[in-house]
Design a protein around this ligand. Structure first.
Ligand code: BEZ
Length: 211
């Protein structure tokens, strides 16, 4: 199933390392990050799970719940956690879905048969509190993801959701932002009473709201 930006993401029930969940109910009113791992006991995945565990307080601070998925069974997840703690210094502190029958992987189109019939690709789905897909990305098994980038883009998505601004290329939290084109100058005067810089009528730059 193709899930596109703005779609309500599919709900599912699954076994996880923190007990059974129903995805939408588990998300509650939080943002969510669902990310897949090709296979347990593999090197890149081991580093990624350690990094997400290290960054968990940053996800919490942004009201984002993180959940991993692998097509391996639950008992393999438990054994692997020990290796992750030993080698990365952080044990997974978020649920990992066990998806041996590939129910969730198929629902979210995480298996790309021309890459591999058996393993998932490295998918990331960022879901808003309205359960709609805000961003997805797909990496091959060989390339570990940059979870600082995931946090950066969550900051951008959350700013857009609350302040009618977009973020420019290579934006970092605290940098100036852009007033979205759908906001007229008239409306912008109310939203940004301190003013903005007009580089072009369509390129209006304003300090990051709330900073
Ligand atoms: C890894 O996590 O290292 C990995 C997994 C599947 C294929 C290649 C690498």
């Amino acid at each position: 199933m193709t899930i596109r930006l703005g779609d309500v993401v599919p709900d599912f029930e699954a076994e996880t390392t923190e007990g059974p969940i129903r995805f939408h109910e588990w998300l509650g009113s939080s943002w969510g990050v669902l990310f897949s791992h090709p296979k347990n006991f593999t090197p890149v995945c081991t580093t990624e799970l350690g990094q997400v565990a290290r960054l968990k307080p940053e996800f919490d601070r942004r009201n984002v719940k993180v959940i991993g998925l692998s097509v391996d069974p639950l008992d393999a997840h438990a054994k692997w956690s020990g290796d992750i703690a030993e080698t990365q210094g952080y044990a997974p502190n978020f649920p990992l879905i066990a998806d041996p029958d590939r129910k969730v992987s198929d629902l979210y189109d995480m298996i790309h048969p021309n890459a591999s019939d058996t393993m998932t690709v490295r998918s990331v789905f960022i879901v808003g509190p309205d359960k709609k897909l805000k961003l997805s990305l797909t990496y091959p098994a060989s390339a570990g993801r940059n979870f600082d980038e995931i946090l950066r883009v969550i900051d951008s998505l959350q700013l857009t959701a609350t302040h009618s601004v977009a973020t420019p290329a290579n934006w970092k939290n605290g940098d100036d932002v852009i007033i979205v084109p759908s906001v007229s100058d008239e409306a912008a005067k109310e939203k940004f009473p301190e003013g903005w810089k007009t580089l072009k009528p369509y390129l209006r730059v304003v300090p990051q709201p709330g900073k």
